[in-house]
Write a protein that binds this ligand. Structure first.
Ligand code: PEP
Length: 249
């Protein structure tokens, strides 16, 4: 297993007080250098979180696909880089579905992030219907190929395989489904000229302390992008601990 990475995606949850307590709860107990971790707070709390935990542990939940244009409400990669933030999530299925972010837009977001020195966390994943029709590999392959067209071997990158049907549903993908998809993603990355063996590939979709051990035991799973369970410091720490145990095994 590459160095495991556990990233919490807080989505649109929290308050100043909750963010402070959540991060304090994680920092108070985490002493484990074998596992890398970070959190992606809502934009209004990013500054306070990075002051508390350091910018190396903070990501943004999205980033603008544009540079120097008058877009009300958008946040540019340059602004995130100015704060020293490490990651930017791009292509999350909620933004693809609800904000119309196509593969082409995701590709632009990813390039903006990389250009400013951020590491994109590129989310890919199929819907329930696409899997029912046997199209899951085709869909994920295409998402990767469009987003990463013309990629350079040294691009900083994290991939998160997040089957849409597993996000926030309590239904976690079966280990054989996860392993098969992660292995395919690794080979697509290699074919695109990206170091497939080095790129962390996270699983996301209803990861909880109860199912984390089974997921992290899989050869091609390097950690997790965690939604709901990242809002509870004990649960988030238990997931970090599961990654540590898998690494040590
Ligand atoms: C997510 O939104 O990226 C996610 C994985 O959510 P959850 O863990 O709640 O399924």
């Amino acid at each position: 297993m590459r160095k495991p990475l556990i990233v919490g995606n807080w989505k649109m949850w929290g308050s100043r007080e909750k963010a402070k307590n959540l991060v304090a709860g994680i920092v108070a107990q985490d002493s484990d250098e074998m596992v890398d971790w970070g959190v992606c707070p809502p934009f209004p709390y990013i500054t306070q979180v990075l002051e508390q935990v350091g910018c190396d542990r903070v990501g943004a939940q999205t980033v603008s696909a544009d540079v120097d244009v008058p877009h009300t409400g958008d946040v540019s990669a340059a602004m995130l880089a100015d704060l020293g933030i490490r990651w930017a999530i791009v292509g999350h299925s909620e933004r693809r579905a609800e904000r119309g972010e196509s593969d082409g837009i995701v590709s632009q977001q990813l390039r903006c992030a990389i250009e400013k020195g951020l590491t994109p966390i590129l989310c890919v994943g199929e819907t329930f219907e696409q899997r029912e029709q046997g199209n899951e590999e085709r869909v994920v392959r295409s998402q990767l190929e469009v987003a990463l067209a013309g990629a350079e071997a040294n691009w900083p990158l994290v991939i998160a395989y997040e089957p849409v049907w597993a996000i926030g549903t309590g239904v976690v993908a079966e280990p054989h489904q996860v392993q098969a998809m992660h292995a395919m993603i690794r080979s697509v990355l290699s074919n695109l000229g990206i170091s497939g063996g080095e790129t962390p590939i996270l699983y996301g979709g209803s990861v909880k302390p109860e199912n984390a051990n089974g997921l992290f035991a899989l050869d091609d799973v390097d950690g997790a992008l965690v939604g709901g369970a990242s809002l509870d410091s004990e649960a988030f720490l238990a997931i970090i601990e599961a990654a540590r145990s898998a690494k040590a095994a």
